[in-house]
Design a protein around this ligand. Structure first.
Ligand SMILES: [Zn+2]
Ligand SMILES: [Zn+2]
Ligand SMILES: [Zn+2]
Length: 262
């Protein structure tokens, strides 16, 4: 059975375009929607089991665009709005189609926050805390939360399928040594590259250059840049971004709907 990892969204918190911004990246994304970036998230399809990784505020649009009609599990990397804001989009799927709660795996510290923020979604999800370094198996595919550096309790996920490995770290500032060890030699590192130019939040995010360097350090087959802001410190147009980022052949810039076959 074929396993696919679909990158649903590749933007940082404000998305691209950002409604309040008129930089070259946002202007370009307004006139060419193919260059827009919805908030970050991914979809792991093992062929039988369909797993959402994060529920961005753009989730509805992402599910429609990718023609996703089934969600069996949800795993969240961390409790920031750009990663959990779309949880409520699953309410009517559960009520009208699925008729039973979706298992929702959260960082342990986010469980009380979910309960406080979404009392109306109690019947939509059966909430569980994920555990770091524990592989969750789905047939031949496994998903393992690994610690990330992001200020609050945050995971990246290591996906293993038939000898292939993909590490998904949308929000992290480098990697804790224990996680770096585990991702050595992964086929794909999908990595936080929030900043073009100066990194304003070096304890929570990475710049494009830092993400590329991390990929080299862990010996990733391909480093895929995601969670991009484009305009925080040094706005950039897509053409220049592509040229700069892909000087090395083992680097790719993620786009919404990018599909990786494991
Ligand atoms: Zn902008
Ligand atoms: Zn975050
Ligand atoms: Zn984020």
């Amino acid at each position: 059975m074929e396993t696919n990892f679909v990158i649903l969204g590749t933007g940082a918190g404000p998305g691209l375009p950002s409604f309040f911004c008129d930089c070259v990246g946002c202007r370009e994304a307004r006139s060419n929607p193919a260059l827009a970036r919805t908030r970050s998230g991914a979809f792991l399809d093992t062929g039988t089991t369909k797993i959402l990784i994060d529920t961005s505020p753009d989730l509805r649009q992402q599910l429609i665009r990718e023609q996703i009609r089934q969600v069996d599990y949800v795993f969240l990397t961390h409790w920031h709005y750009d990663h959990f804001g779309g949880l409520g989009e699953l309410e009517y799927y559960v009520k009208l189609v699925r008729h039973e709660p979706i298992p929702l795996f959260l960082p342990p510290s986010a469980v009380p926050q979910f309960t406080a923020a979404f009392p109306n979604l109690r019947e939509v999800f059966s909430v569980r805390a994920w555990e770091f370094n524990k592989p969750y198996g789905f047939g031949e595919v496994s998903l393992m939360p690994l610690p990330a550096n992001h200020g609050i309790e945050t995971a990246g996920f290591l996906v293993s399928a038939k000898g292939c490995q993909l590490a998904y770290f949308p929000d992290t500032a480098g990697l804790p040594a224990e996680s770096a060890k585990v991702v050595v030699g992964v086929d794909w590192l999908v990595c936080d590259a929030t900043f073009h130019g100066e990194n304003w939040f070096p304890h929570a995010h990475m710049s494009i250059e830092e993400a590329i360097a991390l990929g080299q350090e862990v010996g990733a087959g391909t480093t895929i840049l995601t969670h991009m802001a484009i305009h925080y410190s040094q706005p950039v147009a897509n053409k220049e971004l592509q040229a700069e980022a892909t000087r090395q052949p083992q680097v790719a810039v993620a786009y919404d709907g990018m599909r990786i076959r494991l």
